[in-house]
Design a binder for this molecule. Structure first.
Ligand code: MN3
Length: 246
């Protein structure tokens, strides 16, 4: 208290004002970090409300996951590309498929941010539905390549449970429509192996921790309740047509 009183006296004596003092302090503060570039990539719209996937994922998790986690991958990717003009003009799928040809000092960031952007863009697209059994050409491909509906679910769930730490389980699709189940760590994607992704589940803890904590098996089981098989069939048709991107 004594010090404050003394400083007040000194300020008054010196003709200083509090405004000039705070202005000085502001000028000495470190500059705020520059806002990330807004392009070339942008956070895609979800296409449905945050509570649309309540049968598997709570609205708060959906919002945090999309607004902060996915946005961070997009921002990180744009920041890396700000100094990589040749890469910045590439579509996302080509960028991710050609990481080995990028300058070595940006490969890890491209892998994490580019893979993260591709994976989450696919993830939102294939959800927002009412689940149930697959239908249409995707169902025929599941029956042909993955042992039928029940066997497919068991194998996919086992794959999702086998991911140690953070990662994904995917179904890949060839240009002839053939399906396979693969897992990837971190934000890697089968695109990095030259494969196309039909669908996939994010088993990072941020995808399910608020509702399920350590019970990944419950999340993996409930996830089927919110899949949109019309959209997954559209992705399958695009793969066969050669137009499927991320
Ligand atoms: Mn995620």
């Amino acid at each position: 208290m004594a010090f404050i009183h003394r400083r007040g006296l000194l300020l008054a004596a010196g003709g200083l004002t509090l405004a000039s003092l705070t202005g000085h302090a502001r000028a000495q503060a470190p500059a705020a970090p520059a806002a990330p570039p807004t392009g070339p990539f942008t956070l895609p719209a979800l296409g449905y409300a945050f509570d649309k996937n309540e049968a598997a994922i709570d609205a708060r998790t959906m919002e945090l996951h999309w607004r902060f986690h996915h946005a961070a991958y997009v921002n990180g990717l744009n920041t890396v590309l700000a100094s990589q003009a040749a890469l910045a003009s590439m579509p996302l799928d080509e960028l991710v498929m050609n990481i080995s040809r990028a300058p070595e000092n940006v490969r890890t960031q491209l892998r994490n941010f580019g893979g993260g952007h591709a994976n989450h863009s696919m993830f939102w697209e294939i959800m927002g539905g009412s689940g149930g059994e697959a239908s249409g050409p995707v169902r025929a491909a599941i029956d042909r390549d993955l042992g039928g509906w029940g066997e497919f679910r068991n194998r996919f769930n086992a794959a999702a449970m086998s991911v140690f730490g953070s990662g994904w389980a995917f179904v890949t699709v060839t240009p002839t429509g053939a399906l396979a189940i693969v897992t990837k760590p971190n934000q890697d994607t089968p695109l990095m192996d030259g494969q196309r992704v039909l669908m996939g589940n994010d088993v990072w803890e941020h995808a399910y921790y608020l509702r399920y904590q350590n019970r990944r098996v419950e999340y993996v089981g409930n996830w089927w309740n919110v899949l949109n098989w019309d959209r997954i069939n559209a992705r399958h048709a695009a793969a066969v047509a050669g137009t499927l991107k991320v």
